[in-house]
Ligand binder design. Structure first.
Ligand SMILES: Cc1cc2nc3c(=O)[nH]c(=O)nc-3n(C[C@H](O)[C@H](O)[C@H](O)COP(=O)(O)OP(=O)(O)OC[C@H]3O[C@@H](n4cnc5c(N)ncnc54)[C@H](O)[C@@H]3O)c2cc1C
Length: 303
């Protein structure tokens, strides 16, 4: 695992860009809304649009991010099939929870005026409290505001229980960040088993789970749980990342009346997309081999 990470970090930017192509909608708001529009018109697939960027530590970069989200909200106002996703570390968490909350509330309030729902992505465990504090604080006045929980964290069952009576919109996923064994499951099958238990808990507590996984068996089982509990198809959705080749399966689910939403990321400035693209590379096992071959090819070419 560590070797794969090391190799991916060595990958030259042009190679990362080439690899990232299917995973990133474009380098402008227009290109991104065109992509989302196409998904909707051609396949009836919804989107959640995310401006790539994380761990921003300057007020200027945060202000730039706010500005892009404001333009995005305006551009999306006639597209009712799209929501917006954003991250605390691109919106002021470097200053304080309070500052981050104020910045995010500004975006959520604007989005609300244009009938757009906003989801606060979940980053690594050092940000779980901050993210959920902001979620709870804003949810009172903005009930369509949603967030994400990660099944790998031991705390997640309690976090679900803390949502009691909120009818919360919660994206539930295994979580992309490697977390210490003291606080998180380490085996993927266990994370997925837990995810299904948590989908069931979310249903039972009256929430709207957004089940984010590409694992077809897990999705089928989640749907069986919904059927067993007599949960209507309008009370949950399945989410996947743009670029992961699951079209046939998505089409099958859509034909069965299940809402599919793709995570559609974009970046106006390439440097903000790098971390996301490297995570996607790490999630695709064939990639490390491809990168090694490319690096060796370059080294040989230079001799
Ligand atoms: C819409 C969405 C939003 C997310 N938001 C968050 C978030 O806010 N915070 C967070 O921590 N995590 C987030 N994640 C990531 C998630 O937690 C998982 O890390 C990720 O989805 C991989 O887990 P999986 O359940 O799909 O299972 P996996 O076992 O990883 O994948 C199942 C199958 O999908 C295919 N696949 C998966 N990834 C790729 C890829 N990159 N390229 C090609 N094929 C692939 C493979 O065939 C694989 O066997 C999000 C995921 C999605 C889909």
């Amino acid at each position: 695992m560590e070797l794969k990470k090391f190799i991916i970090n060595l990958a030259p930017t042009p190679l990362v860009k080439l690899f990232a192509n299917p995973y990133v909608a474009g380098d402008s708001i227009n290109a991104t809304t065109d992509t989302a529009q196409n998904f909707w018109e051609k396949r009836h697939v919804c989107s959640t649009i995310d401006l790539l960027g994380e761990e921003l530590d300057s007020d200027e970069e945060v202000q730039y991010t706010v500005n892009v989200y404001e333009r995005l909200i305006h551009a999306l106002s006639s597209h009712e099939y799209a929501t917006i996703s954003l991250k605390p570390t691109q919106l002021g968490s470097h200053r304080s929870t309070e500052h981050c909350k104020t910045v995010i509330e500004g975006i959520v309030a604007q989005a609300e005026q244009h009938d757009k729902k906003v989801t606060l992505d979940m980053e690594d465990h050092t940000l779980t409290d901050l993210t959920l504090d902001i979620y709870h604080a804003l949810n009172k006045d903005h009930p369509t505001f949603g967030t994400v929980l990660q099944s790998r964290l031991f705390r997640t069952d309690d976090d679900i229980r803390s949502l009691k009576n909120l009818s919360a919109r919660i994206r539930i996923c295994i979580g992309i960040y490697n977390e210490p064994k003291e606080i998180a499951l380490q085996s993927k099958p266990e994370m997925k088993k837990k995810l299904l238990e948590q989908v069931e808990l979310l249903f039972k507590e009256g929430h709207y789970p957004e089940i984010a996984t590409h694992d077809e068996a897990v999705i089928r089982e989640a749907i069986e749980i919904a059927e067993k509990l007599k949960i209507k198809k309008s009370q949950y959705e399945i989410q996947m990342l743009m670029g992961v080749p699951k079209q046939a399966f998505q089409n099958e689910l859509i034909r069965n009346g299940i809402l599919i939403r793709l995570y559609v990321p974009f970046a106006e400035k390439w440097k903000y997309a790098i971390a996301y693209c490297k995570r996607r590379m790490a999630a695709n096992p064939a990639m490390a081999v491809y990168i090694v071959k490319n690096i060796l090819h370059k080294i040989r070419g230079k001799r």
